[in-house]
Design a protein around this ligand. Sequence first.
Ligand code: C5P
Length: 227
Amino acid sequence: MQYDVILPAAGSGKRMAAGHNKLFLELRNKPILIHTLEVFQQDEACRGIWLAVKPDEKAYIQTLLEKYHITKVKAMPNGGEERQHSVVACVKQIEDGQIVLVHDAARPFITIPIIHELVEAAEKKGAAIAGVKAKDTMKVVENGKIKGTVDRSSLWMIQTPQAFDFTLLKKAEQQAETDNFLGTDEAMLVERLGQSVYIVESSYENVKITTKEDLIFGDAILSQRIG
Ligand code: C5P
């Protein structure tokens, strides 16, 4: 079982309001970006990392890669305006992938067992994504008024990694580009082709560091994992 991974890391982090890329914020004295990269660096099944970055951050990221001995980064293409464009920039540079994962660089708590479950599922079925069951009661709200309550039993909150047969991912990206379609994740692009996408139950710890509160949660996860 081997795979390549695309890590979009070219966001602006507006919701974090850190004044710079939130991936440079540190948890336990280590940038979030490095926490994420280390998971894939340590996983023997990972062949290579394709990191989408902002052009003006590339030099700094290069120094971080050297400092933390991250050696698996194969290329750092320029990210695009939207996350999907950043992923496409990486897809275009991969020549011979079989299974390719897309994983938000802002999700540093992903674990190798979940990654391997996703890779195995994608090998068998073509497309598999990480998610967790919705915990709260879900309602549809319009203009401040409740329109209805949704049956929660079939609702999942979707995360990354999302794992794909590379040919399928490329086809989905090309179709989205042709149609000028912007999705909120890669699975959506594959669904548009009429292809089935499967879920792998992930962990509530696999949060995306988005706002300041997530840093508190992230620190608590690290306390529990490494003391
Ligand atoms: O902003 P958000 O955290 O939802 O973005 C998810 C991931 O996508 C982050 O790792 C971010 O750096 C990346 N991203 C990107 N290019 C963009 C926007 C976001 O690579 N244009």
